[in-house]
Design a protein around this ligand. Structure first.
Ligand SMILES: [Zn+2]
Ligand SMILES: [Zn+2]
Length: 175
């Protein structure tokens, strides 16, 4: 993966339906190098990673820094990133410098797990813990990172925000 937004990878794994390989591949569709090389027998490991990520994100939402530390460090210990400088993907003779978190021969699942653990750790370093949230729309439990200046994000997407605004409007009209 090039110039990866590893925090986004962490969120995608945390939010993905990890019950089937197709769902996992859909969640990682813009990283075909990973998606195409994952196997059905990688699912138990990915589920464990997803559960750890969600525990860390829940702790951020609950403002429980000790648990954030413990959960993310557990993920990093279990799936240590192995940084490797890479230059592929450039053009006109200019290398495209970026860092991979696993060696070129590592199984895709190892790289995805390390990328998610590293991504969440770096995300906390960069954004702190208060910008991570969970969608407030009914039936949606999607985690998100709020990078807006006023930090007022309550829903994962415009779709969920609209859905809840329409529901609130209907509820007001009923009374
Ligand atoms: Zn690369
Ligand atoms: Zn939502």
């Amino acid at each position: 993966m090039d110039n990866a937004d590893y925090a986004a990878v962490a969120l995608r794994i945390a939010n993905a339906d990890l019950s089937s390989l197709d769902e996992v591949r859909a969640a990682l569709h813009d990283e075909p190098w990973w998606a195409d090389r994952l196997h059905a027998n990688d699912l138990p490991l990915l589920r464990a990673v997803g559960a750890g990520l969600r525990r860390a994100l829940d702790a951020m939402v609950a403002d429980d820094g000790e648990t954030v530390l413990a959960e993310i460090n557990a993920l990093l210990s279990a799936h240590p990133p192995r940084p490797r400088l890479s230059g592929h993907g450039g053009h006109d003779g200019i290398l495209n410098w970026h860092v991979h978190v696993a060696g070129p021969d590592a199984p895709a699942v190892d790289e995805v797990a390390a990328a998610a653990a590293w991504g969440l750790a770096q995300g906390v370093v960069q954004h702190g813990t208060t910008r991570w949230g969970r969608c407030g729309a009914e039936g949606c439990y999607t985690y998100f990172l709020d990078t807006s200046t006023n930090q007022a994000k309550r829903f994962c997407s415009p779709r969920c925000a609209n859905r809840m605004h329409v529901a609130a409007f209907r509820a007001r009209r009923r009374t």
